[in-house]
Design a protein around this ligand. Structure first.
Ligand code: AMP
Length: 207
């Protein structure tokens, strides 16, 4: 299975990717997680991209694309669930040079909903499960129900950065939707529903 999940920040790509990974036993690659681990590791590349990530910008796209596609080549030879990549048509073209996708799942959600979701989001850095302080609170505050690790609020999950992330999505990532539509790979899913219903629709597409 070689698929990508596309959608604005907070559309539920990460939530669905974790479920899909469990169901199909295929690696989940979140480009944001790959980049955040470079920042956390203090690598030269991490230092270079941190300022862009803090602002919700794409940054040096050719370099970032190389790093993520190298990660793909090394870790996901027989399949992958991409989440957050491609984010630009250039990235889609570069991915297309080395892999053939089976589907691009486009999860839709309104801007008002994005802001509510992102500002209350709490993430588990260990098992990648995602919670929300109001909509999906963990049983014990600040602790992941699944693995017991501490939940964190991402530094870019604030209202100011999210507005910029939405702008970047509208300008850079929306054209990727058309890119996959033209290739007959796009499947549009309404992301403003219960995660179980969204998951059912995605698995129906994939089967
Ligand atoms: P995400 O975890 O997908 O919300 O991404 C967080 C941040 O990482 C984004 O705002 C970008 O700064 C950066 N990022 C993630 N994926 C990509 C990508 N495919 N290309 C460039 N930057 C990315």
């Amino acid at each position: 299975m070689k698929i990508t999940l596309i959608g604005p920040p907070g559309s539920g790509k990460g939530t669905q990717a974790v479920r899909l990974k469990e169901k199909y036993a295929v690696p989940h690659i979140s480009s944001g997680d790959v980049l955040r681990s470079e920042v956390a590791g203090g690598t030269d590349f991490g230092k270079q991209i941190k300022q862009y990530m803090d602002k919700g910008e794409i940054g040096p796209v050719e370099l970032i694309t190389k790093v993520i596609l190298n990660y793909l080549k090394e870790n996901c030879k027989s399949g992958f669930i991409f989440d957050g990549f491609p984010r630009t048509v250039y990235q889609g073209e570069e991915l297309g040079k080395i892999e053939t996708l089976h589907a691009a799942i486009f999860i839709t959600v309104s801007e008002d909903e994005i802001i509510k979701r992102i500002t209350g989001r709490r993430s588990c850095n260990e098992c990648k499960n995602i919670f929300h302080v109001v909509y999906n609170p963990p049983q014990k505050e600040g602790i992941c129900d699944n693995c017991g690790a501490e939940l964190v609020q991402r530094s870019d999950d604030n209202e100011k950065t999210v507005i910029n992330r939405i702008r970047v999505y509208n300008e850079e990532t929306k054209p990727v939707i058309e890119f996959y539509e033209k290739q007959g790979l796009l499947h549009k899913i309404n992301g403003e529903r219960n995660p179980d219903d969204i998951f059912k629709d995605i698995t129906a597409v994939l089967s």
